[in-house]
Design a protein around this ligand. Structure first.
Ligand code: XIL
Length: 349
């Protein structure tokens, strides 16, 4: 470079430094409060949020989504109805949009979900299948979708919500037609398609020790014994103030860890009967603090994902009429007591 240009560059740099314009100077890094992701990272954990395609046009929303979290789950975009709307015709539009956004924000992706009884396309639920036919349909769906996202996602919720509350197998199209072996098959097919993705079973109401989480514990033991590729168990943690806090959460996480499995809180929200009062919001904050502390206390609890971060886009009001206010940010995207409680549990200020 000619000398005059070099001098110009040097002068420009000096001006920028004086104006504090350069990024990543130590002084600036200290001024900005750490994000939930950064706080969690200090403990070797991630802090994630679900999101959904329609809300991605809301720039105030995407700004927080892109900065505060380091793991993203598509709330709907990777489900069967969205990805294989016609048999053998695959549509990656919605899943790709979220994976691309996550990548642009240097975030990882918890992919959700391959095998579930809900949000299936009509072509699948609208007719009878022999076991051989349905097994082929399931294998093709899993392998095509997992291959498409191979190398782009951290983990897969391979089977979602396979058990009833009493610990018996849920009577789904999969269980009815294929028997309980569909779970091991699904895990093996997913592993073949992406050997590096962490493979999870995921369910709700398995936060506490009880018949339903016992069923997962036994199944995980069996799958491990049979060398089936299972990496983790996801506890959705859709909690509700009126049903009480799952006080055995930490013990429960620990027993799965001892099997050599990762655990994660995958869909956290803490709903309440509306209207939200200061008292309920304070109790909600305590629960968020406690569940965060429980994950930090157990070595193989790898991270926490909230089922979207703001009450503006929560699924709760539509699915539990009269309930809501379940997330750490309110409908105006303002942090609630729960947000500060999570920070506190993560050791932030
Ligand atoms: C929910 C989505 O958030 C909604 O938008 C959709 O209408 C229904 O499904 N357990 C799960 C998630 O595993 O996939 C569900 O997500 C919430 C319950």
């Amino acid at each position: 470079m000619p000398k005059t240009r070099l001098r110009l560059v040097g002068a420009l740099a000096a001006v920028l430094v004086a104006a504090g314009v350069t990024t990543g100077t130590p002084a600036q890094a200290h001024e900005r409060p750490a994000t939930l992701a950064e706080l969690a990272h200090r403990h070797g954990r991630y802090f994630g949020s679900a999101t959904d395609n329609p809300e991605l046009t809301d720039t105030a929303y995407t700004s927080v989504l892109g900065s505060e979290f380091d793991m993203i789950t598509p709330g709907n975009g990777m489900k069967w109805y969205a990805t294989e709307p016609q048999q053998g015709v695959f549509d990656w539009t919605n899943g790709d949009e979220i994976v691309d956004l996550a990548r642009a924000n240097h975030q990882r992706v918890r992919a959700h979900t391959l095998v579930w009884h809900s949000q299936l396309p009509d072509w699948l639920t609208g007719r009878d299948w022999t076991a051989d036919e349905l097994r082929a349909v399931l294998k093709k769906h899993i392998q095509t979708e997992v291959r498409h996202y191979r190398g782009k996602v951290y983990s897969w919720d391979v089977v979602n919500e396979a058990f009833n509350e009493d610990g018996t197998y849920r009577d789904t199209i999969w269980y009815r037609t294929l028997g309980p072996g569909y779970i091991a098959d699904a895990l093996r097919w997913a592993h073949q398609a992406d050997p590096h993705a962490k493979l999870y079973l995921n369910d709700y109401n398995i936060e506490a020790v009880g018949p339903k989480s016992d069923a997962y514990y036994r199944l995980a033991q069996e799958l491990k014994a049979q060398r089936v590729p299972l990496d983790g168990v996801g506890l959705q943690a859709h909690l509700a103030l009126q049903y009480g806090y799952p006080t055995t959460l930490e013990d429960n996480l620990r027993r799965f860890s001892r099997l050599g499995l990762d655990t994660a809180l995958t869909e956290v929200d803490v709903r309440m009967i509306l209207p939200a009062t200061d008292e309920k919001l304070a109790q909600q904050a305590d629960w968020y603090r406690d569940l965060t502390a429980a994950c930090l206390a157990v070595r193989r609890c790898v991270g926490i994902t909230v089922w979207d971060y703001t009450d503006k886009y929560s699924w709760i009001p539509a699915f539990f009429p009269g309930e809501g206010a379940a997330l750490p940010y309110d409908e105006q995207l303002r942090p609630k007591p729960a947000y500060f409680a999570i920070r506190q549990a993560l050791g932030g200020k």
